[in-house]
Design a protein around this ligand. Structure first.
Ligand SMILES: [Ca+2]
Ligand SMILES: [Ca+2]
Ligand SMILES: [Ca+2]
Ligand SMILES: [Ca+2]
Length: 542
């Protein structure tokens, strides 16, 4: 049995209920022996994924394509009752980096062209601009929290305020089908708030200079900020585009005490390039978006890598940083989090030091290894970090760890100390990754930080870290949508098809309307696609 790290969090009840449901299912199996699979279908989610989100693109939910983003709503079913949950649509668009910069396509930086194609989050308040299609389209993302999932809705009638058919999104723990949950997406009639009255995260983008489009120095920074993100379990602060210089837990005895020196990005060659020099030259924001499910801060520009992009996505109890390196060949590159003395007393663990080393400013021996997960735990609380890499421009990353108040190593930015400073470094020669130089190789690194309450065990921290590397399986059943229309596909029981006019029944047997295809018994489920007005054809799956 595991504990949730979010004990100060009212929604931790969901996880406890899920565990209780698991126990009930197990008990039923033990007592009943031959209990059928159907009888075990839980009334609520059995997932234990407190920090995970789930994204369904418009491409996977064609029934919602064409629906206005503020008309997409989500529900869970708990013991046969609908409950609305927060959902967010993040629109994406294909454009060029030059458009993101709001600069001519002929613009170059250090010989690198910015007239390169990219697919990015849209933002009407940056030069990226709003999506070209104001409704949900194929690349737009529909996102909700996995812990908001419920049980299977079965034959529940659609919730009040929705139109058309539901899209069932089933989340399943890889390799453990008994751990599963369901979320149902619908189009609303306009009477429902997609946030369901919640706001999980708040991001205030504040430029010292004023309005972004009017004042941002896109060809030569710096561009000081006083930006802040507030989740349920943490706050973060930014002083400039690349500079996260504040981070505090919101639970425990050191609530709201800044724990970090800063997040560091660097080429560790005589401090030639780092987040300070990135801020100092060309750069632009792709998007600044705030809640309700997540906030997104994405930006570009790193000296001779004008197309390099960093995207940070903030949830209520985690944040994800994804670096897309796009630069000429370079000798090495690293991304790491340097803590401050407020982190003294924590213990650092990874696969090489599973029993941990103390964060105390005194050097430790941490053998080299692949930085897939690492954790900090202590009376302050915990940090669980999981990482993924998509790289073909060099060999894999190695762990960076430095805990030393008098480091021999130059501290290129921040204060002069290295405190529990850990992350990933690509220490081998990195081939060109810049499409602005017609290069096609890649180096993409993604890190998720899960801040937790003090009571979280090292084992749970490791589990949350590794969950980022092993995401939930997402299955999308049924296509939902605003209402009948050619191409619509619906997975439902034959009784539901009959009620909705897609099938007819005689005694307990059902046939599709229009095509006349036999569908089986009324309690069986089939997928029907509308091939013409009033014609439904049986298909293998929606
Ligand atoms: Ca789009
Ligand atoms: Ca769109
Ligand atoms: Ca130490
Ligand atoms: Ca430092």
């Amino acid at each position: 049995m595991t504990t949730t790290p979010f004990d100060a969090h009212p929604r931790s009840r969901t996880a406890r209920r899920a565990l209780a449901a698991t126990a009930l299912v197990l008990a039923a199996t033990l007592v009943g022996g031959g209990t059928s699979v159907e009888a075990q279908t839980p009334g609520q989610s059995t997932l234990d994924r407190p920090a995970d989100s789930a994204v369904v693109t418009g491409q996977r939910a064609p029934g919602l394509v064409g629906v206005a983003p503020n008309r997409v709503v989500a529900f869970r079913a708990v013991n046969g009752q609908w409950q609305q949950i927060p959902v967010q649509v993040d629109e994406r668009k294909s454009t060029t980096m030059a458009a993101v910069y709001g600069l001519p396509t002929t613009q170059t930086f250090y010989g690198s062209s910015i007239n390169v194609p990219v697919n990015v989050y849209a933002d009407p308040n940056t030069f990226t601009g709003a999506d070209t299609d104001p409704n949900v389209d194929a690349d737009d993302e529909i996102v909700f929290m996995a812990r908001d999932a419920g049980g299977a809705a079965g034959t529940l009638a659609a919730p009040t305020g929705t139109t058309g058919n539901r899209i069932e999104v089933q989340l399943t723990e890889p390799g453990t089908t008994a751990s599963t949950g369901y979320v149902y997406l619908f189009a609303s009639n306009g009477s429902l708030d997609p946030a369901a009255g919640r706001r999980y995260v708040d991001y205030q983008f504040r430029l010292t200079s004023g309005d972004y489009k009017a004042t941002y120095k896109r060809t030569d920074g710096p561009n000081p900020e006083n930006s802040a993100v507030t989740g349920t379990t943490y706050t973060a602060h930014y002083a400039d585009r690349w500079t996260m210089d504040g981070f505090a837990l919101r639970q425990g005895p050191q609530a709201n005490v800044d724990m970090i020196d800063r997040v560091k990005y660097d080429i560790q060659l005589a401090c030639a390039r780092n987040e300070n020099t990135f801020n100092d030259e060309e750069g632009a924001f792709v998007v600044n978006k705030s809640g309700p499910v997540r906030a997104i801060r994405s930006y570009v520009g790193s000296n001779s890598g004008p197309n390099t992009q960093n995207t940070q996505v903030f949830y209520d109890n985690s944040f994800v940083t994804t670096v897309d390196l796009r630069v000429h060949a370079i000798p090495n590159v690293g991304a790491h989090l340097d803590l401050g003395r407020a982190a003294y007393g924590m213990t650092f663990r990874n696969a090489q030091v599973p029993n941990g080393v103390p964060v105390d400013g005194q050097p430790d021996t941490v053998p080299a290894g692949t930085p897939n997960w690492w954790t900090y735990s202590g009376p302050q609380g915990g940090l669980a970090i999981g990482a993924t890499y998509n790289v073909d421009a060099t060999s894999g990353p190695t762990t960076w760890y430095e805990d030393d108040t008098t480091p021999a190593n130059w501290q290129c930015t921040g204060d002069g100390e290295a405190v529990g400073d850990s992350g990933a470094i690509f220490a081998s020669w990195i081939n060109c990754t810049d499409p602005g130089l017609s290069c096609t190789q890649k180096l993409n690194a993604s890190f998720r930080v899960v801040p937790t309450a003090p009571a979280t065990s090292p084992a749970d921290l490791q589990r949350y870290a590794e969950q980022y590397r092993n995401p939930l399986t997402i299955a999308v059943n049924g296509q939902g949508g605003p209402g009948p229309g050619p191409g619509q596909c619906v997975l439902a029981t034959n009784q539901q098809h009959t009620t909705a006019g897609r099938a007819t029944t005689f005694v307990v047997w059902a046939w599709a309307v229009g095509s006349g295809e036999y569908l089986g018994a009324t309690w069986e489920s089939t997928s029907l696609r509308q091939t013409a007005a009033g014609v439904w054809a049986r298909v293998t799956a929606c």
